[in-house]
Unconditional design. Structure first.
Ligand SMILES: [Zn+2]
Length: 217
């Protein structure tokens, strides 16, 4: 069963690998950002509640976040697996999710952590380009699209995101490490954590990830 949590700092290569994992293993890539946006525009009871909180400028509680993940992952398209990106972010979320996942038969089977040194992430971020439509990421130095400025997968013009600069990256990294380090030890204890070296290069990393995924199918 490929019930996967994808972890790694911004720029480590999560987006790149999520694209082919979703396609080749036919499991939905679910990012919490997309999930929140979808829920808020859906008009569902839970979505409306979340919209109200976000519009007020408050943080959505762990309880509501877990309820939203539960609703999304209960759907049929997750019956053969899922690739969850951006959740859980905290130990309380991980603990609640463990209980809920068991109830709905969606227990986490693999945690994929792609690590990468800060200096490399800083170097990558300024040359990063993303597809606003399908989410694929590219790098104008190390991973160019076939046609300059155009997404290989869906043909959409690529953009440089406003948050992709050194100052904002450093803040995101500090927050990431603070909340993630405890999660890594949490999943290590569960025996589900698999570490990958983001410096290995996208092709090599794909080979290693494929070996892991194929053995858990
Ligand atoms: Zn695209």
């Amino acid at each position: 069963m490929l019930n996967i949590i994808l972890m790694g700092p911004p720029g480590a290569g999560k987006g790149t690998h999520a694209v082919w994992i979703e396609r080749d293993y036919k499991i939905p890539h679910i990012s919490t950002g997309d999930m929140f946006r979808e829920a808020m525009s859906s008009g569902s009871e839970l979505g409306s509640k979340i919209k109200e909180i976000v519009n007020r400028g408050d943080l959505v509680s762990d309880e509501l976040t877990c309820a939203l993940v539960k609703e999304r992952l209960s759907r049929d398209d997750c019956a053969r697996g899922y690739l969850l990106d951006g959740f859980p972010r905290t130990i309380p979320q991980a603990e609640s999710w463990e209980k809920i996942a068991k109830d709905i038969h969606r227990e986490v089977s693999l945690v994929i952590n792609i690590s990468c040194p800060d200096e490399e992430l800083v170097k990558r971020i300024s040359t990063r380009r993303v597809c606003p439509k399908c989410g694929a990421s590219y790098n104008v130095v190390s991973m160019k699209p076939k046609k300059e400025g155009i997404c290989d997968i869906c043909g959409t013009p690529l953009i440089q995101r406003k948050v992709d600069n050194e100052a904002s990256l450093k803040i995101r990294l500090a927050n990431y490490y603070k909340s993630t380090a405890p999660l890594l030890s949490f999943y290590k204890k569960r025996g589900t954590l698999h570490d990958f070296d983001g410096m290995a290069g996208a092709e090599q990393l794909k080979v290693e990830l494929n070996a892991l995924l194929a053995s858990h199918k």
